[in-house]
Design a protein around this ligand. Structure first.
Ligand code: NDP
Length: 450
């Protein structure tokens, strides 16, 4: 039977590759999902006959636009803007904006494709989308970032809206950028609506939204550990990245009794064997969010090791939380993690593990929570922000955190329901892919050929 599925997978992927040439990350994301789904679809022919997987791999709409702006020297700069409106079967398009020089169509399509299944897993009514630009906020003044974001929104505003498409942040798009984007949208539309999430608290944002992805990824790790009557208490944890997701993963792991010993950025990683406590985290947040400095400065301040150009997976740990970017854990890294005793990987980033790395985790039967399940807490609280905006009220910190926690438990349960193998091992990859697929697929069938 495996051969029949392999053949179908190869045929399906050949078409995807031919239709979307040079979009490597998109091929990778679709392949991972199709591998889980093809056997399931063959068992449930209504999905095969309606060509749901083929339709899901084709965006409903792709918008690409020019973003011209003036830098501080008075020179004209031109960037490219994108919005992928991937799937609206279960709600308005929803997903972040990424500002990073590596952004291209293939990367955003992979992220949008993942987002559809992730949003479905949250149980909230959100379709999937993603967008961004090849603009690099690093080294730019606040004024330059504002000019760029205003120009970006001057085109994007006509394609989005609170019932159509609701963007949020991602790499390079934090509170500052969301503020500028929201201001420009409001000015152009003359409307104060919940068109973006991740807004400031005073102007429509939700409590716990900044924390949500990092907290959620940690809650997911805790849920996975519970299946083995274990917890994060006393565990040594390696984290990559030092941005939004990484910062709040460190905070929650520490609150739950674990010890985080690494952080990274694109120049290397720091190893702090004593652990990154609340005071050190305060320093890091100031360094990264206000001073916009480099992670090496942490090593200088606390007298610990900085490994230039390296990633933290060589450090011995029980739990690894990749929270930086795609393909940051390769097969060799995964082998090193497993050989050093790591038995939990919960992904804060999107697709941080390569296919080779995932194979290593599954073969070793460790607890592996893929991004679309483990990092869904961010978009879940974005969904809660949309609800609060519609109701024109704000929930307390405790209320939102309790809802986030419950959503992460529910996502975990869905993964167990669809991912438990005959021997009891929970394959969270299959669980997340099939669990996310069913709701979207049924909605697409019900809505006809659209
Ligand atoms: P930030 O921009 O706040 O932080 C990104 C971090 O990752 C920085 O430390 C950055 O270092 C590092 N990084 C980025 N690109 C690379 C690279 N190519 N190589 C090495 N390090 C890199 O982004 P977020 O924390 O918001 O996002 C991190 C990940 O989490 C992404 O994969 C994102 O898609 C995912 N995610 C985010 C959500 C959110 O709510 N923000 C929700 C769900 C997933 P440097 O500053 O040097 O570039």
């Amino acid at each position: 039977m495996a051969n029949v599925f392999d053949q179908k997978l190869n045929d399906f992927m050949a078409k995807i590759i031919a239709k979307n040439p040079s979009e490597m990350e998109f091929h990778q994301a679709v392949h991972e999902v199709a591998e889980s789904l093809i056997p399931f679809i063959e068992e449930n022919p209504k999905y095969r006959d309606a060509k749901i997987l083929e339709r899901m791999a084709e965006p409903e709409r792709v918008i690409i636009f020019r973003v011209p702006w003036l830098d501080d020297k008075g020179e004209v700069q031109v960037n490219r803007g994108f919005r992928i409106e991937m799937n609206s079967a279960i709600g308005p398009y929803k997903g972040g904006l990424r500002f990073h020089p590596t952004v291209n169509l293939g990367i955003l399509k992979f992220l949008a494709f993942e987002q559809v299944l992730k949003n479905s897993l949250t149980t909230l009514p959100m379709g999937g989308g993603k967008g961004g630009s090849d603009f690099d906020p690093k080294g730019k003044s606040d004024n330059e970032v504002m000019k760029f974001t205003q120009s970006f929104m001057s085109e994007l505003f006509r394609h989005i809206g609170p019932d159509t498409d609701v963007p949020a942040g991602d790499i390079g798009v934090g509170g500052r950028e969301i503020g500028f984007l929201f201001g420009q949208y409001k000015r152009l539309r003359n409307e104060f609506t919940g068109v973006l999430t991740g807004k400031g608290r005073e102007w429509g944002g939700s409590l716990i939204r900044p924390e949500a992805t990092g907290y959620g990824c940690t809650y997911f790790a805790e849920e996975m550990l519970k299946t083995r009557n274990d917890s994060l208490k006393g565990k040594v944890v390696t984290v990559s990245g030092s941005g939004n997701v990484a910062q709040y993963a460190v905070e929650k792991v520490t609150q739950l009794g674990g010890k985080v010993v690494t952080l990274s950025d694109s120049s290397g990683f720091i190893y702090d064997p004593k652990g990154i406590d609340a005071d050190k985290l305060d320093y890091l947040m100031n360094l990264k969010n206000i001073k916009r400095g480099r992670i090496k400065e942490y090593a200088d301040k606390y007298g610990c090791e900085f490994y230039e150009g390296k990633r933290p997976w060589m450090i011995k740990c029980d739990v690894a939380l990749p929270c930086a970017t795609q393909n940051e854990v390769n097969e060799e890294d995964a082998k090193m993690l497993v050989a050093n005793g790591c038995y939990v990987v919960s992904e804060g980033a999107n697709m941080p593990s390569t296919p080779g790395a995932i194979e290593v985790y599954l073969k070793a039967k460790i607890l592996y929570g893929p991004g679309k399940a483990a990092n869904a807490g961010g978009v879940a609280v974005s969904g809660l922000e949309m609800t609060q905006n519609s109701m024109r009220l704000s929930w307390t910190r405790e209320e939102v955190d309790a809802k986030l926690h419950q959503i992460m438990r529910d996502i975990h349960e869905t993964c167990v329901k669809y991912g438990k193998d005959a021997d009891g091992f929970i394959n969270y990859v299959n669980g997340a892919n099939i669990g996310g697929f069913v709701k979207v697929a049924d909605a697409m069938i019900a809505q006809g050929l659209v």
